[in-house]
Design a protein around this ligand. Structure first.
Ligand code: PLP
Length: 408
């Protein structure tokens, strides 16, 4: 085997790959351009003032998932806040969630004065472990907020059953997992909980820069989420505000781009899966490297590898081969961020993480979720993935994986 690039050997690859930050790694075309110009030429940029695109986007999203209602908002974080506000927890109520997620998941809980309770994860997928979730339930639990990490469906059927038994809501954070399925022939993620939340931010499968979408089968919840995104102003009834709510409206410019992008989504996911199948065929059973098992259920937001250990060395070695890789994905589990570890919430109050309104003072420390910590510190390596990779791009990634496995 040739010497690793990290040790001075020749790299597998010197050309850069397409990324979500460059036109070659995105799917914008003439249709997005025309849609934006149509909105500008019509002069109505605010979606509550009229225009077809918001309704088009919501109908397309609902139709893609076979769900009656979709509600647009200004970001994935906003979509999650809509869902949490939609179930209307009491201050200090608990929402069980994962420490491996974007901070938006947690901000949505804290912003509605609920307490995030962190369950541990599966050591191979990083998705919530139902047994750990069950151990976190208490009489104050109001919801389970599951994240479908990296594009792999979390065990939502089990979590839904658990939530139903406990009499709490299930909310899905699908920001990384558009059209992922937990099993062949099963409905896509976002359709298992009371609400499924999606993001249209720059780094997701399809994008309008920023934007959010919530799916629900519950008409009353859809109406409450819709109101929450518009200051709880029932515009068809009068100028009054029904409850405390924010302005999370999506603009028509965003809706126009998002509606066109969403039509491309099935093809984006199909292409990511085809390329992943090629990668799995070439490098799917390397010793000591765990990859997602099936190409066809995963949404392939990224390519996650779980190695036996030494993830930093792995990421350095792959990056030196010309295949950018990141150790651990996050710098730490979300509960070690200052916002939580130092309870930087509202002034110096620590609200709602203190008793009252919480049933106890919540402290978040290293050691809380050992499996998640080990993934970040030692075993998880994340590679970007893109629907515009060529077969040759994927072959270079496979070659680098094989080389680093043999030399590492
Ligand atoms: C991106 C992301 C979010 C937040 O979405 P924004 O649109 O950036 O607010 C939330 N959860 C997960 C899992 C994400 O990947």
């Amino acid at each position: 085997m040739s010497r690793l690039a990290v040790d001075g050997g020749a790299p597998v690859r010197t050309r850069p790959f397409p990324t979500v930050l460059d036109p070659a790694g995105r799917t914008f075309g003439a249709e997005e351009r025309a849609a934006v110009l149509e909105v500008l030429d019509g002069a109505v940029l605010n979606s509550s003032a009229g225009g077809p695109w918001l309704g088009d986007l919501e109908a397309t999203m609902a139709g893609l998932h076979g769900v009656p209602h979709a509600v647009a908002s200004s970001s994935g974080t906003a979509a999650l806040h809509l869902a949490v506000a939609g179930i209307d927890p009491e201050p200090g109520d608990e929402i069980v969630t994962t420490p491996l997620t974007d901070f938006g998941t947690i901000a949505a809980i804290l912003a509605q004065n609920a307490v995030p309770v962190f369950a541990d994860v599966d050591p191979l997928t990083g998705n919530l472990d139902p047994a750990s979730v069950e151990a976190c339930l208490s009489p104050r639990t109001r919801a389970i907020l599951v994240v479908h990490l990296f594009g792999a469906a979390a065990p939502v059927v089990e979590l839904r059953a658990l939530a139903d038994r406990a009499g709490v809501a299930l909310i899905e954070d699908c920001a990384q997992a558009y059209l992922a399925r937990p099993a062949p022939g099963a409905p896509p993620v976002g359709t298992y909980g009371a609400a499924g939340c999606f993001s249209l931010q720059q780094y997701k499968h399809v994008t309008a820069g920023d934007g959010g979408l919530c799916l629900t089968g519950d008409a009353a919840l859809a109406e409450r989420m819709r109101l929450f995104a518009d200051k709880a102003w029932p515009r068809d009834q009068g100028r009054f505000h029904q409850f405390l709510a924010l302005n999370y409206r999506m603009t028509n410019l965003t809706a126009a781009v998002a509606a066109v992008q969403l039509r491309r989504l099935p093809d984006v996911v199909r292409r990511r899966r085809r390329l992943a199948a090629r990668l799995l065929a070439a490098a799917g059973d390397l010793p000591g490297v765990h990859l997602p098992e099936r190409a066809d259920l995963h949404a392939w937001w990224v390519l996650p590898l779980v190695v036996d250990g030494g993830n930093r060395r792995w990421a350095e070695a792959l990056t030196a081969e010309g295949v950018p890789a990141h150790a651990g994905w996050l710098q730490s589990p979300v509960y070690l961020y200052p916002a939580l570890a130092e309870r930087r919430t509202y002034g110096t109050s620590g609200f709602p993480l203190t008793s009252p309104p919480a049933r106890r003072d919540w402290t978040y420390r290293r050691g809380l979720c050992p499996v998640a910590e080990r993934l970040i510190d030692d075993t998880l390596v994340v590679l970007p993935w893109n629907e515009n990779y060529t077969d040759a791009d994927v072959d270079d990634i496979a070659t680098a994986l094989v080389k680093v496995t043999a030399g590492g």
